[in-house]
Design a protein around this ligand. Structure first.
Ligand code: DAH
Length: 339
């Protein structure tokens, strides 16, 4: 019986050494110490031993049990540690892995272009002015030398709120509002939304954006106008850009001109973008009409000024080769993401 106990002990300790996980350990515990386990069976058989032998064998049996229990305890600890290490190693965070980028929106191409234009003019000493989009007929037309029944009103077919109130068709009314509120020297640009009762197509939209410019001071000449707009064109379309001032007519400027820039795609030799002419029209401008200065409360005998107005969409379409104005307002991210 002693040998048997010794044997059980050795076998148990050996098996415990090989034990890999807590499930196997449970099985071993049952096998040796369980109710029907090997050690229990032996202890049950103690009754057959002689009274002299019983205490010694009993003692040995208890020692074997304690040893096995201790070994199980120890093995359990090791297994737990191993399992914990394994779990930790699987949960390790790779801090060198690049993070998942947040998807944030971008600026609309019109906003970007406007920012660029603002920066160019702010760099030349201009500041930003604003006016209302719902405008009095007086500011939108009358004070700009466009009386009722003037044919120029036809070109800017308007959304009328009532007889005297319109959605502004141009940013030019801001000129009058600024002059009414500020003494020269005046150097402003006025960007904003304008409205015309046009049906949307590839080049027309009932809502679009303009940037107005106004400079009023003593001694402002056509040379100031040309120099300013030439500098703007070079910054906006590239240093090699040349400008051409073509005589034109606007009711609120005299003389008036339209400005073309040399095509920044072909450099002026003629291509698809400039339709073979080598030039692209970008804006209207002129010397502020004396009547307009007067409407703004400024004496045309003392001061003179120039003004210009450009269509923001048009500029962006030219610059990026966009062939349909409606793309700006459709909010298709496939379009917007390209800028
Ligand atoms: N307001 C004009 C338009 O919408 C553009 C324009 C032309 C503005 C000449 C000006 C200017 O200030 O001098 O067609």
């Amino acid at each position: 019986m002693r040998e048997k106990l010794q044997q059980i002990k050795e076998e148990a300790l050996l098996k415990l050494k090989e034990c890999q996980n807590s499930q196997m350990l449970d099985e071993l515990r049952v096998k040796y110490l369980g109710k029907k386990g090997e050690l229990t069976t032996i202890l049950r058989g103690m009754g057959q031993l002689s009274p002299e032998e019983r205490p010694t064998v009993g003692k040995i049996a208890n020692e074997v049990r304690e040893e096995i229990e201790a070994a199980i305890e120890e093995t359990l600890k090791q297994i737990k540690q191993r399992e914990k290490n394994l779990r930790l190693s699987m949960e390790t965070i790779d801090v060198t892995m690049p993070g998942r980028a947040n998807r944030i929106g971008g600026l609309h191409p019109l906003t970007k272009a406007l920012d660029e234009i603002k920066e160019i003019f702010i760099g030349m000493g201009f500041s930003i002015a604003e006016g209302p989009e719902v405008e009095l007929d007086y500011y939108n037309f009358e004070a700009l030398n466009i009386p009722k029944n003037h044919p120029a009103r036809d070109e800017q077919d308007t959304f009328y709120i009532n007889q005297n109130v319109v959605l502004r068709t141009q940013t030019s009314p801001v000129q009058i509002r600024v002059m009414e509120n500020k003494k020269p020297p005046i150097r402003i640009i006025a960007p904003g939304r304008v409205y015309r009762s046009d049906t949307a197509d590839a080049t027309h939209s009932p809502i679009f954006h303009q940037v107005e410019g106004l400079v009023v001071d003593k001694g402002i000449t056509m040379a100031s106008l040309k120099g300013t707009l030439d500098a703007f064109a070079k910054r906006m379309f590239g240093e090699k850009t040349r400008t051409k001032f073509r005589p034109h007519h606007f009711p609120f400027t005299e003389p008036s001109a339209e400005v073309d820039v040399s095509c920044f795609v072909c450099g002026g030799t003629g291509c698809r973008v400039c339709k073979g002419s080598g030039w692209i029209e970008i804006l209207g401008c002129g010397m502020v009409h004396p009547d307009v200065l007067r409407a703004g409360g400024i004496d045309p005998e003392v001061y003179s000024g120039f003004a210009f107005g450009l269509g923001l969409e048009r500029i962006v379409m030219i610059k990026y080769g966009i062939d349909d104005i409606r793309l700006f307002y459709e909010n298709d991210v496939r379009f917007l993401k390209q800028f």
